[in-house]
Design a protein around this ligand. Structure first.
Ligand code: SF4
Length: 355
């Protein structure tokens, strides 16, 4: 007998809905429901076939405890744990194998001891990006409530903290502003620093569909000639480490040609004049600068064209680690949000920012 278990794919941040067909406690296959909100009935190769690790014989199936830990802590252990330590099984010269019951009791005792001796502040927890929302919630609850520590983090700090910082600083919140289906409502998409077909294929599917249906144009801006470029209506291959430069050049074009949405700016933005002057007075923000760089002269007109289209249409910008994992990642994200704010391409359906 089989049962269907609904869950969420945790391979990437797209978060596709998945259904696992399980028989005798083994996953037989994974598919997406045809009415799946994120997946729309399709999964990429990772979500659909990447579950063999679940039943791999190489998986560690029971807790292991270092022998040196037991030796070092045995005297201090409570009597009850000492009595149960005979359940430990030799695994190799470094490790014991333990029951979950013993392992969790031991960890709980040690954490209590650390908390009582040094305070909750002495404890920190880091979650992984491939855990589910529910696991992440429980980890933060355990850290804040049980351990009374404020130190909870996750590995997205490494890859996407520039998005968080850049967006929080400029628009107050570090999160995507629109659902994926807004791709079908937008008129112009700019993808910068994201190899979307490889990294987030289910989002790329939507982009390609929108371009094929001619509901949206697509500009791909990247240091590589990525696969998504084949579907782009505009593509530019930019010099390495030039994200911020190109984004500021787009701002320059918009401001120098008065394409900004002044009504939106007056209602929602602060210090616009300072920002405008800093861009217009910066010689490197003028796209004409690229005429001096051999091999990149043609970018001048292409950047101008993309900036004009972005400003004049209902537009969205998508970015990935090709923006954030650079030394100027936070500043490039701020440059992106500035483009959205100066053109009013934020806060409405079909116009916004997705990282
Ligand atoms: S795009 Fe692929 S890896 Fe990402 S959530 Fe969907 S199925 Fe999983």
């Amino acid at each position: 007998m089989t049962s269907d278990i609904n869950s969420v794919c945790t391979y990437c941040g797209v978060g596709c809905d998945i259904t696992a067909v399980v028989q005798n406690n083994k996953i037989q296959k994974i598919y997406a429901q045809s009415d799946g909100y994120v997946s729309r009935g399709k999964l990429c190769i990772k979500g659909r076939y990447g579950f063999d690790f679940v039943h791999s014989p190489n998986r560690i199936r029971s807790p292991r405890i270092k022998k040196s830990f037991i030796q070092k802590n045995f005297e201090a252990m409570p009597r009850e744990l000492k009595a149960r330590s005979h359940t430990l099984k030799h695994f190799d010269e470094n490790w014991y194998e333990a029951s979950y019951e013993f392992a969790t009791s031991l960890v709980a005792w040690k954490l209590s001891e650390i908390k009582n001796s040094f305070g909750g502040d002495s404890f920190c927890a880091t979650g992984g990006a491939r855990t589910s929302c529910e696991s992440g919630y429980i980890l933060q609850k355990f850290t804040r409530t049980t351990m009374q520590s404020p130190h909870i983090d996750n590995c997205a700090r490494v890859c996407h903290s520039p998005s968080l910082k850049g967006m929080r600083t400029t628009i107050g919140e570090g999160a995507a502003t629109n659902p994926y289906d807004d791709i079908f409502k937008t008129e112009f998409m700019m993808v910068i620093g994201s190899n979307t077909t490889e990294a987030h294929p289910i989002v790329a599917n939507r982009m390609i569909e929108a371009v094929r249906d001619k509901t949206s144009e697509l500009a791909v801006v990247d240091a590589r000639d990525i696969q998504l470029s084949k579907f782009a209506t505009h593509k530019i291959v930019i010099p390495y480490e030039a994200n911020l430069l190109i984004l500021n050049m787009m701002a320059y074009v918009i401001l120098s040609e008065n394409l900004q949405n002044q009504e939106f700016i007056d209602a929602n933005c602060k210090n616009f004049e300072n920002y405008k002057n800093s861009i217009l007075e910066d010689e490197y923000s003028n796209p004409e600068f690229l005429r001096k760089i051999i091999g990149y002269e043609s970018l001048v007109d292409e950047i101008k064209e993309i900036a004009r289209l972005y400003a004049s249409k209902k537009s969205m910008i998508f970015w990935g680690l090709g923006i954030t994992e650079h030394i100027d990642g936070s500043k490039a994200v701020m440059a992106i949000t500035h483009l959205a704010m100066m053109t009013g391409n934020i806060g409405k359906s079909g116009a916004g920012l997705i990282s």
